[in-house]
Design a protein around this ligand. Structure first.
Ligand SMILES: Cc1cc2nc3c(=O)[nH]c(=O)nc-3n(C[C@H](O)[C@H](O)[C@H](O)COP(=O)(O)OP(=O)(O)OC[C@H]3O[C@@H](n4cnc5c(N)ncnc54)[C@H](O)[C@@H]3O)c2cc1C
Length: 447
């Protein structure tokens, strides 16, 4: 965009029309004359799960920071979510929240959550992005190659999914890869003679099972949601969440090879081992709506594009293609929002050296959610990943903090504000909070 507000960037192509791709298109729209979003799926008119996004059938938490960010990118977004039936709930006042086996003290934490299905969130984002004048969302179109010349990207090769023989090159001044975990970024960079970015990997081997049930009054546990987090003494987790369309979604998750079953009896037995009794109670009485879905997430991974000294100009990577988190912490959508905010702000200074500036900024942005998720995962002895000795003391303090949160609402609220990405992890080390933690939980927490 130049000083008079006219787009100057030419044509931008976004690979992948899911959450991260659509949000990137929203960020690009003021700075590019034309933005084309390509997805190989046939994108549904209604908010339903689709093939290219298998995680769409699973429970998706939207952090309070992510919700606020969506509302800034698309004013009125949260009203649209509630109008579609998604309950608005405070993560402490309206939940039964079990952290490290302790039920948290209840109070208002000022962490508004919107309990929507992922297909609803995606469809509202798609509706709004498609309505932007210079954005075209083209479905049933696969990007099969990246085209480059003289050190910068010049386009993509595309083909309709129903015709293997057809295909053409679409010229582009910028390509944003939002193709998710299956992105071909590594293959394409290698084919063009560029080095691959280093990857940090934390292997958790999480298996996720979700099933939907008809809502009954008073379920789950008289709240909008019940959450039972994993902790070293019990690496199983689960949640029951009221959502739009009169449904309650229940998810169960195991780690390190422990797989939740998908049959009625097996799910109930698995749920009975959680700290939250409400989930097994619900599974004993609620009417299922369809079969359970299962998904594996072997590892979290973070790609360090910022460390590359040679890179292809005009090729950005966003969303799960860049950083794929353990789903248990509900961060993926929020990170896509933060990346879109970053991109929009960088484009105010034009497109010069955009890839370098973007990767430097996104590395800073990802550090916090990555530390939050992997700091928690690396508490489990079987999880593979690099453990820093200096983190051990912090880990012991945070275990005490989780215990203290059961009795001290101030500590519980502080923890949930960090989990909702409204406050940095450093806020948990504030001396006044640390004094409360010491007072409430003088013993080292179990596990
Ligand atoms: C089990 C599970 C649970 C999760 N729970 C949460 C949660 O609670 N909260 C949260 O915030 N996040 C959660 N996530 C993560 C969240 O789903 C993602 O972070 C979010 O959807 C953003 O993903 P994305 O847009 O980068 O990629 P995706 O959603 O995976 O989309 C990639 C898109 O690219 C398209 N595509 C791929 N290749 C091509 C190609 N070559 N050409 C054209 N199109 C292509 C696909 O069709 C798809 O539409 C969860 C993930 C999993 C696996």
């Amino acid at each position: 965009m130049n000083e008079s507000g006219t787009p100057t960037g030419g044509h931008a192509v976004v690979i992948g029309g899911s959450v991260a791709g659509l949000l990137a298109a929203r960020a690009l729209n003021a700075s590019f004359e034309q933005v084309t979003v390509l997805d190989r799926d046939t994108l549904p008119a209604d908010p339903v799960a689709r093939r290219g996004v298998p995680q769409g059938r699973h429970v998706h938490g939207l952090t309070a920071r992510g919700a606020a960010g969506l509302n800034s990118l698309f004013p009125g977004f949260l009203d649209a979510l509630t109008a579609a039936g998604a309950p608005r709930a405070d993560a402490l006042a309206d939940y039964n929240y079990y952290l490290d086996g302790h039920k948290l003290a209840r109070a208002i934490a000022d962490t508004p959550n919107y309990l929507a299905t992922r297909p609803l969130i995606e469809s509202l984002i798609r509706e709004r992005t498609s309505a932007l004048g210079n954005v075209t969302v083209a479905d049933s179109t696969e990007v099969v190659d990246l085209i480059a010349a003289e050190g910068r990207v010049t386009g993509v090769r595309v083909r309709p999914v129903n015709d293997e023989q057809a295909g053409h090159i679409l010229d582009a001044d910028l390509v944003v890869d939002a193709a998710g975990r299956g992105s071909r970024v590594m293959t394409w960079l290698a084919a063009l003679g560029y080095p691959a970015p280093e990857e940090t990997v934390v292997r958790t081997n999480v298996v996720y099972v979700t099933r939907h049930f008809r809502q009954e009054p008073g379920q789950p546990g008289g709240r909008q949601a019940v959450v039972s987090g994993a902790y070293p003494a019990n690496p199983r987790s689960g949640a029951a969440v009221r959502q739009e369309n009169g449904r309650i979604a229940v998810f169960l998750a195991g780690m390190l090879g422990d797989e939740p079953p998908t049959d009625d009896e097996g799910m109930r037995a698995f749920a009975a081992t959680l700290a939250a009794p409400e989930i097994a109670e619900l599974l004993g009485t609620a009417e299922p709506l369809g079969e359970a879905a299962k998904m594996r997430n072997p590892a979290s991974s973070l790609r360090h594009f910022e460390k590359l000294d040679r890179y292809l100009d005009g090729y950005l990577v966003v969303g799960d293609a860049m950083c794929n988190f353990n789903p248990l912490y509900g961060q993926g959508i929020t990170v896509a929002v933060l990346e879109a905010e970053l991109l929009e702000s960088l484009l105010r200074d034009g497109t010069d050296r955009l890839a370098r500036r973007y990767f430097a900024g996104s590395a800073r942005l990802l550090a916090e959610p990555w530390a939050l998720a992997t700091g928690s995962d690396l508490r489990f002895p079987g999880v593979e990943g690099v453990r820093n000795p200096e983190d051990e003391q912090a880990g012991q303090y945070l275990s005490m903090l989780r215990t203290a949160a059961a009795t001290d609402v101030g500590v519980a609220a502080a923890f949930l504000r960090v989990a909702n990405m409204l406050a940095p992890i450093s806020s948990l080390f504030d001396p006044a909070l640390a004094a409360r933690v010491q007072k409430s939980a003088p013993q080292h927490a179990p596990g």
